[in-house]
Design a protein around this ligand. Structure first.
Ligand code: PSU
Ligand code: MN
Length: 336
């Protein structure tokens, strides 16, 4: 019941949450950080951040420092960050430093779970620690009434997805969470063309946020695929979200931000590593191991590029956190 965002009870819970009150059944499993709670109650802009990048994307201590740096960048725009994760079965909307440390550097390596929609209830029930993917972060952001979520890469249709049926739950989640997701598109570990087709079928607006209609390919600014809409204005991006809210539409929107220009050159080299990693994952069977595929590919690319991919990944995450903050600030102006 709790996470069915379309039913009345959840909408009621959601509005109470955003006024700073917590439903008593929800307080048993969910904590809103005081800073985030105050921001929601006083209608300050808030940006959600995910923790799969902390638990499965980067090694310690890079992951810990990166998470703090993304929060500070969001703050520099006038918005409040809400880093979302699961700590010993409790859903956290906003993390304390000690909690972030537990996710970033667990005492038992590999004990933190990668949380997608289907993992939420089991993880809570079994008091697990979890890094939330885009799909789970979207759910909690929507539940709290947070309108903008900034990250690096969105999951999508995997290469060979037409036979493996490996399609990230992130895509479906964008149909039921009214949240603007700011990302640098999908990595070319994925089939970008099919990912865009799927988003079209699902009715999710895809807007390139930058100089052109090119959908970015994460490490490189251009994927070769064009999307129907383009803007460089945080006001227009916010207005897209606001218009959907006015119409009572329950879906989100994807804002696809190309990596900053100076990383374009290293993108081509990283691309070769991506192709090699994908080929290896098909040969060694990792590509058939469900949710392990994405983290394996990302760490293999980091290894093959001797960390260059991580530098690019951090740069685009920081850029997206800033843009997410700018959009959230504009959204709050529109609502007032
Ligand atoms: N793509 C990236 N980096 C990431 C992810 C995806 O370039 O860290 C993470 C995100 O949290 C995303 C998740 O939601 O992986 C998707 O995993 P899967 O493909 O198993 O759905
Ligand atoms: Mn998958």
């Amino acid at each position: 019941m709790l996470l069915r965002l379309n039913n009345r009870r959840a909408l009621y819970t959601l509005s109470k949450l955003s006024r700073g009150y917590l439903d008593s059944s929800l307080t048993r499993i969910l904590d809103v950080h005081p800073e985030v709670r105050e921001a929601l109650a006083t209608k300050k802009p808030v940006v959600a951040l995910e923790t799969t990048l902390v638990t499965h994307g980067f090694p310690y201590p890079t992951n810990f420092n990166l998470s703090n740096s993304l929060e500070n960048i969001v703050r520099s725009t006038g918005a409040i960050p809400a880093t979302i994760g699961i700590v010993e079965g409790r859903i956290k909307i906003g993390l304390e430093q000690a909690e972030l440390e537990q996710l970033a550097n667990p005492p038992i390596p590999g004990s933190v779970v990668k949380i997608s929609r289907r993992d939420i209830a089991p993880a809570v029930s079994m008091k697990a620690f979890g890094g939330t993917t885009c799909s789970a972060t979207l759910i909690f952001a929507a539940l709290a009434g947070i309108k903008v979520f900034a990250t690096g890469g969105l999951g999508g249709v995997h290469r060979g997805g037409e036979s493996s049926m490996d399609i990230s739950a992130d895509l479906q989640e964008l149909t039921r969470c009214p949240v603007g997701l700011v990302s640098s598109g999908a990595k070319s570990i994925l089939d970008i063309g099919r990912t865009l087709e799927y988003l079209e079928t699902l009715g999710v607006p895809v807007v390139s946020y930058g100089p052109s209609k090119q959908f970015p390919a994460f490490f490189t600014p251009k994927s070769g695929f064009e999307v129907p809409w383009n803007t460089e204005s945080p006001y227009i991006a916010a207005n897209i979200l606001y218009t959907q809210a006015q119409l009572g539409m329950q879906n989100g929107a994807l804002f696809a931000v190309p990596i900053p220009e100076k990383y374009e050159a290293s993108g081509a080299e990283i691309q070769r590593a991506v192709d090699q990693a994908v080929a290896e994952s098909e040969a060694n069977g990792i590509s058939k191991r469900g949710k392990e595929a994405t983290p394996w590919l990302l760490s293999r690319v980091a290894e093959l590029t001797k960390g260059t991919s991580m530098v690019s990944n951090i740069a685009l995450l920081e850029n997206n956190a800033r843009i997410g903050g700018e959009i959230a600030v504009q959204y709050q102006n529109l609502v007032e």
